[in-house]
Design a protein around this ligand. Structure first.
Ligand code: ZN
Length: 182
């Protein structure tokens, strides 16, 4: 979706929105409980409270993932839940509010595989929501895993080390993009 945005000097900037905004999803002011009105502010339709002037800014949902290699093989987890249940992906999950995304990637890897990883760098940031409950963008890190065997847990049903040329069926376009570029 492309949306023309008129900026202060009269120029028109066209921004490509990777996801359509849904201002109507907020019905009541979370601060005072008054029914909100949808008004155009800062280039978008936004829910605004007529009683206390609270304005809703929809924030992006952010995920972090980590690519861990050991002896030339890549650590992948099999998804235990829908969507894409049974397909494989990098250890990943949502970044909590206030959390360092690198720490979130390491935390998710620990939760899903039992392996402690040390983030060593960033690979890329991939934008685009792939399903309704997905993230708006994923930050992909590279990391080294401490010694030890990986065990599936949390929202992973299995875990494995795969040769880059012999990957199982992957869950997400972003993961596929990273694993074919990295
Ligand atoms: Zn209010």
């Amino acid at each position: 979706m492309e949306q023309p945005l008129r900026v202060k000097n009269g120029a028109v900037l066209v921004v490509r929105l990777v996801n359509e905004m849904r201002p109507e999803s907020i019905l009541f002011c979370p601060r005072c409980g008054t029914a909100v009105q949808v008004e155009f502010h800062y280039g978008q339709q936004r829910p605004v409270c007529p009683a206390c002037a609270w304005m809703h800014f929809a924030d992006p949902k952010v995920a972090a993932a980590v690519l861990v290699e050991r002896n030339g093989r890549i650590l992948l987890v099999q998804r235990a839940n829908d969507p894409y249940k049974g397909l494989w992906t990098l250890p990943a999950g949502f970044v909590n509010a206030g959390e360092d995304p690198a720490a979130a990637a390491a935390r998710e890897c620990l939760e899903e595989t039992g392996l402690t990883v040390y983030i060593t760098g960033i690979i890329d940031i991939v934008a685009g929501r792939e399903h309704s409950r997905g993230s708006d963008f994923v930050i992909f890190y590279r990391g080294n895993a401490a010694e030890g065997e990986a065990h599936a847990a949390d929202d992973a049903s299995d875990v494995g080390w795969f040769e880059p040329g012999n990957l199982p069926e992957l869950a997400f376009k972003s993961t596929t993009h990273i694993l074919t570029q990295a």
